[in-house]
Design a protein around this ligand. Structure first.
Ligand SMILES: Nc1nc2c(ncn2[C@@H]2O[C@H](COP(=O)(O)OP(=O)(O)O)[C@@H](O)[C@H]2O)c(=O)[nH]1
Ligand SMILES: [Mg+2]
Length: 486
């Protein structure tokens, strides 16, 4: 019954959304990725491109001059925060610093006035929805019992390298008896230690990504509600939860989490998207080492699973297949010399191979790109002895340290970041020939070095309007919206 109501509600909404736009196209574009993947920077650069133009040869409608103008308009959803474009642009362009991070869903509407290929004046309404990729990792919970989730979370937490980070939580867990009477203080402490463990896993140094429940890391306005105050328990293998027990309490809250948090997100935001870009910070994982790369692969599989809408489960009613294009994008490609960009794309392909095949099967087109929404570096060649190495040139963010030197945020530096392996499978190996990352060796010995650079100065263009430099952002735009601007 519930599924039927959901379905009817979505169908009615789709009809309303459709009938108003018989000629003028609309696109709801979802922008997601784990924390720090580059969502805010990507959206800011995309909107800047539409409003100001720039060098985007592969984005056909813009390159051929068919886009007359674009402007921001009030968004349709009153309960969703607005994406703060103006502040983000100001940070990037005027202050040359990266925008502050945000931790919840936000939205922005852009109206693009263009001339169709047959000469008609048209308007594209582009609604951009920015939401944390962590929330997508919650989808599997909808079909999982508390007991199954508990068993899986515990198993994962006992594997290397997580086990060390889980020590405090495991120690507290050992003092709990799930069949004893429910106890709010025990639940609070367990939830706090469990959340600290999840946060430690996410720590940039290890970059481990496979961490439901997503709202424990990104609570938004639900922090410290009972729906977020639960944790896994060491359960007896058999038997129902005794009435009034800690086990029963945890299970009830887990179910509440699904009803109050997970389901509304998928219904109100996810199910309404037409297009999706998934941003992936593969370089941070590569920099951390094979464990983080394997984790990222797992997290991406879970994310892409959400787009597999062909399944005959109640999820397919909740997620009526609407998304017809999915772009997987490795971000921050400006950290590598362009000779490595194809290898970076190959790495992302390898990371998402199995999962992408499934999504394609469900009728969505999937593409992969390595991009930098904002290009913070230039390229150069440096001599090291007799060798000439392809290097990148940029202003490291104040406080970055290389070879004992601390940068002040004003001085430019050339660096050789390292080569990605020709064969991406090396990144997943865990033996002595494996690609070395921070998780297994000291910063001096890593095979790939990641340095944060300040945003660039604007680039002069033929049109006279200075714009933000980028790498392959035009390719991303062509894939995501180019076909609707015809
Ligand atoms: N060099 C470079 N750094 C980027 C780029 N995009 C994001 N970053 C870095 O990644 C950080 C996180 O980006 P942000 O957009 O806030 O990530 P979000 O959490 O997914 O919204 C930024 O503060 C930048 O340091 C890019 O295109 N180039
Ligand atoms: Mg953000």
């Amino acid at each position: 019954m519930f599924e039927f109501i959901e379905q009817a509600r979505l169908a009615a909404r789709a009809l309303v959304e459709f009938s108003g736009h018989l000629f003028d196209p609309t696109i709801r574009l979802g922008v997601t990725g784990l924390s720090h993947a580059g969502k805010t920077v990507f959206i800011t650069a995309l909107v800047h491109c539409l409003l100001r133009g720039g060098r985007f040869p592969v984005f056909e409608a813009l390159a051929t001059g068919r886009i007359a103008r674009a402007h921001l308009a009030p968004q349709p959803d009153d309960a969703v925060p607005r994406f703060d474009y103006e502040s983000h642009v100001h940070a990037l362009v005027a202050e040359r610093r990266w925008p502050a991070s945000t931790r919840q869903v936000s939205e922005l509407r852009v109206i693009v006035e263009y001339q169709s290929q047959s000469g008609y004046q048209r308007k594209l309404t582009l609604d951009i929805v920015d939401y944390p990729g962590e929330w997508l990792l919650d989808l599997p919970l909808l079909t999982k019992s508390y007991e199954a989730w508990t068993a899986e979370s515990l198993r994962l937490s006992r594997q290397r390298p997580r086990a060390r980070l889980a020590a405090d939580w495991h120690a507290h867990l050992a003092t709990l008896n799930p069949e004893e009477a429910e106890d709010e203080q025990a639940a609070l402490t367990a939830a706090r230690l469990f959340t600290e463990y999840l946060k430690a896993c996410r720590d940039e140094h290890y970059a481990m990504s496979l961490l439901p429940p997503g709202r424990f890391l990104m609570p938004g306005d639900l922090a410290s509600t009972p729906a977020l105050t639960f944790a896994p328990l060491e359960l007896p293998s058999e038997g129902p939860a005794p009435t009034g027990s800690l086990w029963a309490m945890m299970r009830r809250r887990y179910e509440a989490y699904k009803e109050v948090v997970v389901r509304p997100f998928f219904r109100d935001h996810f199910a309404r998207l037409d297009r999706q870009i998934v941003l992936v910070d593969a370089l941070a994982a590569i920099n951390a080492g094979p464990d983080a790369v394997l984790d990222l692969e797992g997290a991406l599989a879970a994310v892409l699973d959400c787009f597999r809408t062909g399944r005959k489960t109640f999820l397919s009613a909740l997620l009526r297949p609407r998304i017809d294009r999915i772009l997987l994008a490795v971000t921050k490609a400006d950290h590598l010399h362009h000779t490595s960009h194809d290898r970076l794309e190959a790495t992302l392909k390898r990371l998402t191979e199995r999962a992408a095949a499934k999504a394609e099967f469900a009728g969505a087109r999937v593409d992969v790109v390595a991009l930098a929404a904002v290009r913070a570096t230039r390229e150069a060649t440096v001599r090291r002895g007799r060798e000439r190495l392809p290097a990148i040139l940029g202003v490291p963010v104040a406080g970055e340290v290389v070879a004992g030197e601390t940068f002040d945020g004003e001085t430019e530096a050339a660096m050789f970041p390292g080569d990605l392996p020709a064969d991406a499978t090396e990144l997943f190996r865990n033996d002595e020939n494996a690609f070395r990352g921070l998780g297994t060796t000291s910063p001096q010995n890593v095979d790939f070095r990641f340095l944060r650079f300040r945003p660039p100065v604007l680039e002069a263009t033929e049109s006279g309007v200075p714009t933000l430099p980028h790498i392959r952002l035009d390719r991303a735009l062509q894939f995501l919206i180019g076909d609707r601007l015809i």
